[in-house]
Design a protein around this ligand. Structure first.
Ligand SMILES: O=C(O)c1cc(C(=O)O)c2c(n1)C(=O)C(=O)c1cc(C(=O)O)[nH]c1-2
Ligand SMILES: [Ca+2]
Length: 726
């Protein structure tokens, strides 16, 4: 629990004794001892302690958030002060008031409208009943979790027309808290520190060092030792990854570390870059396209070893042949890298996917754990990147311990004793190829959790089929019709194959034993792209699903114990905390993220909403909103001779947001096979300076020509006609 002033927190302890006394004896004793030690000073100060939810109270409890309080909270889990709950990012709460026996009585206490229609990926932070959560477009909401009422909201006013500057929806994975400030990474590259009481800007930094390449921020900042660290995204566009640490108080830059080398004719920033450059072929001038390695999500601080671990992203472009023609591992793509937390200096790395060729980011959230492996205690990182393998890595030195595939894969048969994958003959073929896993990943950013009581990791696993063929003629930013999304700045080095993939989609929750490297149980879903997980000492696992439910499982057996509808597909992970001694569970819901742009698994698509549950909660849910869609498009006149060119234009400009007309169903962006005839007949008015620019649609002026419009219309209507049941 975050305690400030101390007397105030002592007051909070009193009602909890009744609760803790039902817990195991040693916990109750500890609680009583602490309470006795503080009761005197509490009663003396009771008269003057500020009302809960008042500015004075918010100031007191948020000012108290620092390394010591985060560590102290790890013992109780009373608050949820940092994205992964604790520095180890276990998302394992010690709270057990809500448990496998009574979870059936869990009901809604309040819901809060986030006023957003795009993806919501944030885990709500809560300290003594004050909640901070983000919606799409990096908008921050401060909520009084006692009542579900707004304290303030902050909109950094991202230029909505620039939504296309990121690959994967205008999402944000949450804030960080430190000494009275709330930190948010903004989609357009700013890092903003807000006053936790008022939501007013304390300081703001533009973290982007290069305006020519497309950079965005979607990840949550991490704060430790008075520094706030943030990375960025952009590897699909051709960007060079880096992370930067700023002083949390002033915003002054403390250190920066690049993830891949720059132009070798210029001085390297540090020795780690000189070493990395040896693993790249300069013949391609890889630095022009940035190289990739963007650190767009996981950054994890290890207070014990004073290291910060970065998970790096995929290569830019995806195809290694284009990036580094003579091969090479291309460090530090798709790696875990340890840096000195004070200086940002490189310490060790482990590359999970050498010479990435498949968009296999290693940015997925990691968990720090101490495990007994082969009879010896080991300090490890648990990690399940896109590439389909579950890794256990020694975090003191980056040494490989084990890796095992948690889904079927076709790019390697496994890892050798040195931790190198044994690639299959087909993995780097120049023929059309089903990537398994595909670029959506066997596991994406949706956080996993680790329950030390069961010894299991709860991992949202999936398959989303994609079939590609290498683009031998790829050149940086060269606009050739048919290159996926190149009209909006993408640089992949691949084209999509005309033949559909032969593998099939799935989504499942896996309970994974990291010591045995073995599945313990699974729960199957109707679709991929299910939410992150939370696990608790109540022997529970909570997960939101793509088909719009919030579900609790028995953590040991996987038995489904409870579920409630949440009005749209849920992708974010839940958090849990106590207010005045009572346990609550909150989840921020809003369908989206890269898969959620163009597909959905429920006919409900309510706007972004935070739901908060407790035992015996009985608040009515908000009215759920049905997905707006028309029948399959019909009657737009077109010239069939235009379909071929229209296909290429559509692939270059539209497909990864709108999906394939009529074939994909549409997610938080409409599928053009299911909009009104008038919309497609008047396509020009939507494409050039169109009305959806304030919702993230780019203005294609200068990107497309007027004569392209009939071609696009031909492809859209022609495809709808082709799939129409006869
Ligand atoms: O390479 C990158 O820079 C980058 C950035 C992001 C992002 O910032 O959201 C994603 C990805 N890649 C990516 O590959 C990916 O699958 C992905 C999914 C999502 C999402 O929020 O749903 N973001 C991203
Ligand atoms: Ca990527």
């Amino acid at each position: 629990m975050i305690r400030s002033p101390r007397v105030d927190s002592a007051c909070r302890l009193l009602p909890e004794i009744a609760v803790t006394s039902r817990r195991p004896a040693h916990l109750a004793q500890a609680a009583v001892a602490i309470a006795l030690g503080l009761t005197l000073s509490c009663s003396a100060a009771l008269a003057q302690s500020p009302a809960k939810g008042s500015p004075e109270h918010i100031k007191a409890v948020t000012s108290a958030v620092d390394g010591a309080s985060i560590k102290a909270n790890t013992a109780t889990s009373n608050d949820w002060p940092t994205i992964g709950l604790d520095y180890a990012e276990t998302r394992f709460s010690k709270l057990n008031q809500i448990n496998a026996d009574n979870v059936k009585k869990l009901g809604l206490v309040w819901s809060y409208p986030l006023e957003s229609s795009r993806g919501v990926e944030a885990t709500p932070l809560v300290v003594d009943g004050v909640m901070y959560v983000t919606a799409s477009w990096s908008v921050v909401h401060a909520i009084d979790a006692r009542t579900g009422k707004r304290l303030w909201s902050y909109d950094p006013k991202v230029d909505r027309e620039k939504g296309y500057k990121g690959c994967c929806d205008v999402v944000n994975r949450g804030v960080a808290l430190w000494k009275g400030k709330v930190f948010v990474g903004v989609y357009d590259g700013r890092l903003v520190a807000l006053d936790a009481v008022t939501g007013k800007v304390a300081w703001e930094k533009d973290t982007l060092i290069d305006k020519e390449h497309s950079y965005t921020i979607t990840g949550a900042p991490r704060v430790f030792n008075g520094k706030v660290v943030i990375g960025n995204g952009g590897a699909e566009f051709g960007a060079r990854g880096y992370v930067t640490a700023y002083d949390a108080e002033t915003g002054n830059q403390a250190w920066r570390w690049f993830t891949v080398p720059g132009d070798p004719s210029k001085p390297f920033e540090d020795e780690s870059m000189a070493a990395a450059a040896k693993t790249w072929d300069p013949a391609s001038k890889y630095w022009i396209n940035g190289g990739g390695g963007t650190a767009w999500d996981t950054i994890t601080f290890d207070p014990e070893l004073n290291m910060v671990y970065i998970g790096t992203g995929n290569g830019a472009p995806w195809a290694r042949n284009a990036r580094s023609p003579s091969g090479g591992d291309n460090l530090y793509l798709a790696s875990l890298v340890a840096l000195n937390a004070d200086t940002g200096k490189y310490i060790w790395h482990y590359q999970e996917t050498p010479g990435d060729n498949w968009d296999y980011t290693s940015t997925q959230p990691m968990i720090l754990a101490d495990l007994n492996i082969d009879g010896a205690p080991r300090k490890v990182i648990l990690h399940a990147p896109k590439n389909g393998f579950f890794f256990v890595i020694d975090r003191t030195n980056g040494k490989f311990i084990s890796a095992k595939n948690f889904v079927d894969v076709n790019w390697t048969t496994g890892y050798d004793a040195n931790g190198r994958p044994m690639e299959t003959a087909d993995a780097r073929t120049d023929k059309p190829y089903d990537m398994i896993p595909g670029p959506y990943g066997a596991h994406n950013w949706h956080p996993m959790s680790f329950n030390p009581q069961t010894g299991l990791v709860y991992l949202p696993a999936q398959n989303i089929p994609v079939r590609v063929v290498e683009d031998k003629k790829w050149a940086h930013n060269e606009n050739a019709p048919g290159r996926p999304m190149v009209g909006l700045g993408w640089n992949l080095g691949y084209n999509f194959d005309a033949d559909p993939p032969k593998n099939t989609p799935f989504g499942r929750l896996l309970a994974w034993d990291p010591v045995k490297q073995k599945e313990a149980w699974r729960a199957e879903y109707v679709a991929p792209w299910n939410g992150g997980t939370l696990t608790t000492a109540g022997n529970l696992v909570f997960q939101g699903s793509a088909d719009g439910r919030f579900i609790a499982y028995n953590a040991t057996t996987g038995e489904k114990l409870w579920e409630k509808p949440v009005g749209s597909g849920a992708v974010a992970a839940a958090s849990t905390y106590t207010i005045d001694g009572k346990q609550y569970v909150s989840i921020a819901v809003g369908w989206g993220g890269v898969f959620g742009l163009l597909q959905r698994a429920t006919e409900l698509q309510s706007p972004g909403t935070v739901y908060t549950f407790a035992i015996d909660g009985n608040a009515p849910p908000p009215e759920f909103v049905k997905y707006q869609t028309e029948g399959l498009l019909a009657g737009v006149p077109y010239d069939p001779n235009h379909v071929g060119e229209g296909t290429l234009l559509y692939l270059s400009n539209c497909v990864l947001c709108h999906g394939v007309p009529g074939v994909d169903k549409g997610g938080n962006i409409r599928n053009l096979g299911y909009v009104s005839k008038e919309t497609i007949a008047n396509l020009k008015d939507f494409v050039f300076k169109g009305p959806f620019r304030d919702q993230g649609m780019p203005d294609f002026t200068g990107k497309l020509k007027e004569e392209d419009i009939p071609k696009l219309q031909a492809f859209i209507q022609g495809t709808a006609d082709a799939i129409r049941p006869k």
